[in-house]
Design a protein around this ligand. Structure first.
Ligand code: HEM
Length: 461
């Protein structure tokens, strides 16, 4: 997920550049960010792919999005051994090596395109000093390393333990039922209902909004920010889309500031109220850390789970025998959710960069080396998963997937996402057992996040 890391602003480098910046209304800096963070790396990686570089091919396949194309890219990488050395990055689709990468403390989350020092790095730092806060800009948990990472995580992790999540089960069931009740009069043959819009998106956003004390009437606004900003994880956005994404991040930022101020004035029984006052070793989160952490938890809380629900509906619909199995044996639902996560993961890949010389799979990596961890590829490693392309809700080791990453950045919301996935899918198919997906299913255009934008369904008949 963490493909770019933003460096701190250069000290006292104001002057001419900043005057130009004011005159161009920030477009110059945005242009620098776009060229160095998007256009340039994307162009060189894709070009290398055309010349046979498998890392480049993997990026092209993620852009393409079709499953056979992605599978071909994973197979080609697997044939090269546990750690493929590309022109610009190493890549692994090997389950054991991928876990080694994600647990190696010398490999840090976040990738600096400009590298350390040098004119390119200084230019990049200048451009990024004016970037909006986002999921992969510091001090986001996703691109922070200990000791700060440990401090941020401690402040939020208690709320997301398996026990705490179990206490949210009843409320999640109630919310799922309310959303399904609202569909009762819809989904006729001639007027299918879009399950992504009406169910998959609303269930997780409502749960996480309640956890963070967001008023229900602001839920749609938050969803909109999230959908607009989701491509911020991707590489290769066009200029106009890049500007739209940054615009959405700015708006989200302004909304978060107002929301945090409201919670500070009127604290309630929610995570954000606790985060505002929480201390670890006598130290709390400063205003930017608070905004970044709350924003990440909120956005990660629905932008991925919506995909888990949509991907799950599509897989179960495609495999009626597997759907019949979970319906006959409801105890299998939890495992079925892990099998969905394994076979069609909502996050396809993440990246790490060597902070110092290190070794992975017996290969020496120099400082600055970049490693792409293809989570979706490792989930189909035949050495770990027998008949890896088969969707099998009874698979004994389905939960060994790496869709929630591994190591210190292991998904904070994994227990919550699993619980929402299980309740969301179980309740939907219990209420509408004859649910039928019809023409018009469409994948989202995001490249790292993978899911459906639209899943029209006929609910009865
Ligand atoms: C099916 C749903 C989900 C998937 C597939 C997923 C996937 C991931 C992955 C792959 C990472 C680590 C990326 C890396 O190693 O670079 C991550 C981190 C994270 N996730 Fe999730 N996630 C999901 C749901 C959630 C939910 C519901 C929350 C809300 C609490 C959440 C909050 C986070 C946070 C805060 C991090 C950053 C952790 C850190 O860097 O220490 N995620 N997630």
């Amino acid at each position: 997920m963490s493909l770019h890391r933003q460096s701190p602003p250069p000290n006292g480098r104001a002057g001419v550049a900043d005057r130009v910046d004011r005159l161009t209304g920030g477009r110059l800096r945005a242009g620098v960010r776009w060229i160095l963070g998007q256009a340039l790396p994307h162009t060189v990686i894709i070009r290398a792919g055309r010349r046979g570089d498998l890392h480049g091919r993997l990026f092209a396949a993620s852009n393409d999005g079709r499953l056979p194309v992605l599978l071909e890219a994973y197979d080609a990488l697997r044939a090269e051994g546990p750690l493929y050395r590309g022109k610009y990055a190493y890549v692994t689709v090997d389950h054991a090596t991928l876990k080694e990468v994600l647990t190696n403390t010398d490999l840090h989350a976040g990738v600096d395109v400009g590298g350390a020092g040098g004119p390119l790095a200084r230019l990049q730092a200048w451009g990024e000093a004016a970037a909006p806060l986002g999921p992969i800009t510091p001090p986001s948990l996703l691109v922070t390393e200990p000791p700060d990472h440990t401090r941020y995580r401690k402040l939020v992790s208690r709320v997301f333990t398996v026990r705490a999540v179990n206490e949210l089960r009843g409320r999640t069931e109630q919310l799922a039922d309310e959303l399904l009740d609202a569909l009762v009069a819809e989904g006729a043959e001639e007027d299918p209902v879009d399950l992504v819009e009406r169910y998959c998106a609303l269930l997780p956003v409502t749960v996480i909004a309640e956890i963070l004390g967001v008023p229900v009437e602001e839920r749609h606004q938050v969803l909109e920010f999230g959908t607009e900003a989701a491509p911020s994880l991707d590489l290769g956005l066009g200029w106009r889309q890049f500007r739209r994404v940054e615009g959405a991040l700015h708006q989200f930022d302004a909304w978060l500031e107002r929301h945090i101020a409201r919670v500070q004035r009127e604290p309630g029984d929610n995570l954000l109220s606790r985060m505002v006052t929480a201390r670890v070793d006598g130290r709390g989160l400063d205003p930017v850390e608070l905004k970044s952490t709350a924003g990440l938890v909120l956005a990660a809380g629905f932008e991925t789970t919506v995909n888990l629900l949509g991907n799950g509906i599509a897989l179960l619909h495609e495999h009626p025998d597997q759907l019949a199995l979970v319906q006959e044996q409801p105890d299998l639902w939890a495992n079925a959710v892990d099998e969905v996560l394994r076979l069609d993961p909502p996050v396809l890949l993440t990246g790490r960069m060597a902070a110092k010389d290190t070794t992975v799979a017996g290969v020496r990596l120099g400082r600055g080396a970049v490693v792409t961890a293809a989570l979706a590829g490792a989930n189909r490693d035949p050495q770990v998963f027998e008949d890896p392309h088969r969707f099998d809700v009874t698979r004994a080791n389905a939960a060994d997937h790496v869709s929630f990453s591994a190591g210190r950045h292991y998904c904070l919301g994994a227990a919550l996402a699993r619980m929402e996935g299980e309740i969301g899918l179980r309740r939907l198919f219990a209420r509408y057992p004859r649910l039928r997906l019809v023409d018009g299913a469409r994948r989202r255009s995001t490249r790292i996040l993978r899911g459906y934008e639209q899943l029209p369904a006929v609910l009865e008949g």
